[in-house]
Design a protein around this ligand. Structure first.
Ligand code: V3L
Length: 85
């Protein structure tokens, strides 16, 4: 069976899951061997670099977060800013 992966981006005190569509796009790009993936998140363009495993705003490179590809059970704060308990 194929392993399922979830992508996460770093928050202030933990990790958030990417939304389902973004996760799908990240998995497709990562598995295709692309060096990076561009996502439109709430009207803002971000680049996720698979070498450095960081997400950066394309219009402001100082807005940088770590990302991780892990199992869906890895502890998270929620999904795309929506808290889950
Ligand atoms: N998916 C959804 N929203 C995002 C993402 C993403 N991959 N990246 C950034 N944002 P920046 P705490 C986050 C949002 O990097 O309390 C969380 O989702 C980001 O939202 O400077 O610090 C929470 O909603 C932020 O509001 O471009 O853990 C919120 O932060 C905004 O884009 C607080 O989370 C600017 O992020």
């Amino acid at each position: 069976a194929e392993e399922v992966y979830q992508w996460f981006y770093e928050g202030r005190n933990g990790w958030w899951k990417y939304d389902e569509r973004s996760n799908f796009e990240l998995e497709n790009a990562f598995n295709a061997g692309d060096p990076d993936c561009t996502l439109l998140l709430a009207g803002t363009l971000y680049n996720i670099d698979f070498q450095t495993m960081t997400q950066v705003r394309r219009s402001d490179q100082t807005r940088r977060r770590r990302v991780r590809r892990d199992t869906p059970t890895f502890p998270s704060k929620g999904i795309a800013g929506i808290k889950t308990d």
